[in-house]
Ligand binder design. Structure first.
Ligand code: HEC
Length: 129
């Protein structure tokens, strides 16, 4: 009996350790310099300014943070993004930028994703500037 309890306590411990904390994007820890440098890989396709012009293939990302997905005017989004009524919260962007096609399988954003957690946080921070 005692052994059973020990085993139960041990497996509970494992469960507690396995509980993954949710994504926290703390702006005070943000490295804008790194964000800008990471954005260079996005700038091949995207603009991020108030010119109103879109990038070579992607939409202008100016003000994208907390905007509705696929809503910027005069850009032809895939129906995957156009139909979504979610917002680009930091958490949603974090997931999308890690692996765009896992979040929107039919997106036209042909980008494998940013695997580095800090790079994703910094580029999101930079987009929110
Ligand atoms: C190879 C070109 C390409 C690269 C590189 C690229 N994107 Fe995109 N991105 C696109 C395209 C095309 C779309 C529109 C997708 C659709 O309509 O499905 C898009 C859409 C987006 C959207 C949704 C915009 C909205 O208004 O809903 C965000 C956010 C975004 N990209 C961020 C990024 C970031 C940040 C990077 C760099 C880490 C990046 N993208 C790299 C092509 C690219």
């Amino acid at each position: 009996m005692k052994r059973f309890f020990l085993a139960a306590i041990r497996s509970l411990g494992v469960l507690v350790l396995a509980a993954v904390p949710t994504v926290v994007i703390a702006s005070e820890n943000c490295d804008l310099e790194n964000g800008r440098s990471v954005f260079q890989s996005c700038a091949v396709c995207h603009t991020n300014d108030d010119s109103g012009r879109h990038g070579a293939v992607g939409p202008n990302l100016n003000g994208v943070l907390n905007r509705e997905v696929g809503s910027v005017s005069d850009y032809k989004f895939s129906s995957a993004l156009k139909k979504s009524d979610e917002k680009w919260t930091p958490e949603h962007l974090h997931a999308f930028l890690e692996s765009p096609m896992d979040v929107y399988p039919l997106t036209r954003m042909a980008f494998g994703g940013l695997k580095n957690d800090k790079d994703r946080r910094d580029v999101i921070c930079m987009l929110g500037e």
